[in-house]
Design a protein around this ligand. Structure first.
Ligand code: CA
Length: 230
């Protein structure tokens, strides 16, 4: 509960790996990028993802072979897989779907389009983690339009405050330590210190609390923060 879906990207083109990581993290997912097919198998055994984006041509083991192997593993059978491939391999599309990929995207692709497919597949596999509309007390957050309302007023948030609120709205009442917020919102790979969390919590509070409303963010001394339903 309260943990963002993990998307594992298996892609050997470094620039594309970076682009996908950036966009997936902006959607609130945790992201693991692996560059080699043979490493992907080991990585997925260690950390089971909620969705896999798999490139077709990979060093080590090909994407299509990996897809076949994943589908043979009992714990990976239901994990959605999106295959990426280069244009002009349309005949291979059939092979891709036949090996058990859930979706198929041709490069170069539109990033918003790919993000929409990721969301749709995650929603199908696990409806609660990717509900479009989150509601806690009088706060409503729409993941699709990236809009937040409190009562009927629109709350304007920066991208970090939006992700922070979304993360906390998944588990109302749960106390998150600063480290958990850093991992969940900023991602484990980025270096930011605990003070950064306090600064963004401060901004989020300021944006949410206009007029005579109750502060929904509770500071738990020595522990962290939680979001409480009014
Ligand atoms: Ca490739």
């Amino acid at each position: 509960m309260g943990i963002n879906p993990l998307v594992t990207v298996v892609e050997d083109e470094e620039a594309l790996g970076i682009l996908l990581r950036y966009n997936l993290e902006a959607e609130g997912y945790r992201v693991d990028v692996v560059e080699r097919g043979d490493e992907a198998e080991m990585r997925l055994d260690e950390k089971k993802p909620d969705l896999v984006i798999l490139d077709w041509m990979l060093p080590g083991v090909s994407g299509i072979e990996l897809c076949r192997r994943f589908r043979a593993k009992p714990d990976m059978q239901r994990v959605p897989i999106i295959m990426l491939t280069a244009r002009g391999e349309e005949s291979e599309r059939i092979r891709g779907l036949a090996t058990g990929a859930d979706d198929y995207v041709v490069k170069p692709f539109s990033t918003p389009e790919l993000m929409a497919r990721v969301r749709a597949l995650l929603r199908r596999a696990n409806p609660s983690t990717v509900a479009t509309l989150l509601k806690v007390g009088d706060i409503e957050l729409d993941r699709e339009s990236h809009r937040v309302h409190r009562q009927s007023r629109e709350v304007k948030l920066g991208p970090t405050e939006f992700r922070l609120l979304e993360f906390m709205m998944r588990a109302p009442g749960r106390v998150f330590s600063r480290t958990q917020l850093l991992d969940g919102v900023w991602g484990g790979d980025v270096y930011v210190d605990d003070r950064t969390v306090d600064v963004h919590i401060g901004r989020l509070r300021k944006a949410l609390n206009r007029g005579r409303v109750k502060d929904p963010i509770r500071t738990v001394r020595g522990a962290g923060y939680s979001l409480e339903a009014a």
